[in-house]
Design a protein around this ligand. Structure first.
Ligand code: DTR
Ligand code: ZN
Ligand code: ZN
Length: 333
């Protein structure tokens, strides 16, 4: 299996290669007749990712809140609220044109499920994967943890499919089960991959808690072989006018299994139970000495436990990274 740094380099080389192919194709076509058509030939130009409307992300969150309200107040593994959450996301992504599949696995709290969604097209040998966990703790609806990551990924997946950028890379989204029980769904997924399947994943980006009410703007810094991806996210925050900081996630979310398998990983995070420092409050606003999310793993992690500005910035940064990593370009009109 290629080392993750090779794969990260190959992803970026692929992007550069795509650009050179499209330039070469144009040059060839004008100089010596039409070149052999390649996917890049359909590209008319590199396009920036569209703005993700945070109201549309919030609408998905309201659906997840309603699901919890109708199912005992949570979306916990083994309880009906989790199954209803999976059904909601699968319905949305099927309608958007994704090929979805459910991956079943057992936990101490009963059977759980990963939802994997592939957009047809692109080179599967170079798959860009984005994911986050869909389950909540039993104490509450898990709107910030991790309704925000799930809702942002639904909206970005719908937008990507609708714009149908002619990216060379294949795109896959994952919504994990049983993260709160110990990263069980993502670990089950990675362990189920053959070595060929694993080597086809060029990057996995994880999004777990994006709208903490006293937010930080953190970029994962715990995969030394994927600093390119980390730097891309840092630059995209800066382009959005937001200063970010590194966080050593210390394996506390669903990217851990991918990193252990040598797949380059990255992610962003708005903070959990830890306290915002004075320096961070001066940089980002909010309250120093208070938790980034005072309702972490609590019943009060509801629609009232949300900073929509942080959610908006994160959704736009994630979309921009997806377009950048897949050479987001539109088909010729
Ligand atoms: N394990 C996550 C919360 C969490 C704690 N630290 C980080 C760092 C990066 C992402 C997530 C987290 C959870 O409780 O779901
Ligand atoms: Zn949690
Ligand atoms: Zn989480």
């Amino acid at each position: 299996m290629r080392s993750s740094s090779t794969r990260a380099t190959s992803l970026r080389a692929g992007l550069a290669g795509l650009a050179s192919i499209s330039v070469l194709a144009v040059a060839t076509a004008t100089a010596a007749g039409p070149a052999v058509a390649t996917p890049a030939d359909h590209a008319t130009s590199e396009v920036a990712a569209p703005d993700i409307n945070v109201d549309d992300v919030v609408a998905h969150l309201e659906e997840l809140q309603s699901i919890a309200d109708a199912n005992g107040g949570n979306r916990n593994t083994g309880e009906p609220g989790y199954q209803a959450s999976v059904d909601y996301v699968q319905t949305k992504l099927d309608a958007a044109g994704y090929e979805t599949r459910i991956q079943e696995f057992e936990t101490a709290q009963g059977t759980s499920y990963n939802l994997i969604a592939d957009l047809p097209g692109g080179d599967e040998a170079s798959t860009v994967m984005l994911g986050g966990h869909l389950d909540s703790v039993g104490a509450g609806p898990g709107i910030n943890d991790n309704g925000t990551g799930s809702a942002a990924l639904i909206e970005i997946a719908e937008t990507y499919a609708a714009q149908n950028p002619d990216g060379a890379q294949h795109v896959r989204f994952a919504f994990w089960g049983a993260e709160e029980l110990g990263l069980l769904g993502s670990t089950h997924y990675v362990e189920s991959l053959s070595s060929d399947e694993a080597s086809q994943i060029s990057a996995y980006a994880n999004f777990d808690m994006l709208g903490s009410p006293n937010p930080g703007y953190f970029v994962y810094d715990d995969d030394p072989s994927a600093t390119d991806l980390r730097d891309d996210l840092t630059e995209l925050y800066t382009a959005a006018g937001t200063e970010s900081a590194y966080v050593d996630v210390d394996g506390r979310s669903d990217h851990a299994a991918f990193m252990q398998a040598g797949i380059p990983t990255a992610g962003t995070f708005s903070g959990a139970e830890e306290l915002k420092t004075k320096a961070e409050a001066e940089m980002w606003g909010g309250e120093a000495g208070a938790a980034y999310d005072p309702c972490y793993h609590s019943a009060c992690d509801t629609m009232d436990n949300l900073d929509t500005e942080a959610l908006d910035v994160n959704a736009d940064v994630i979309a921009a990274a997806l377009w950048q990593w897949t050479a987001g370009s539109t088909k010729s009109q």
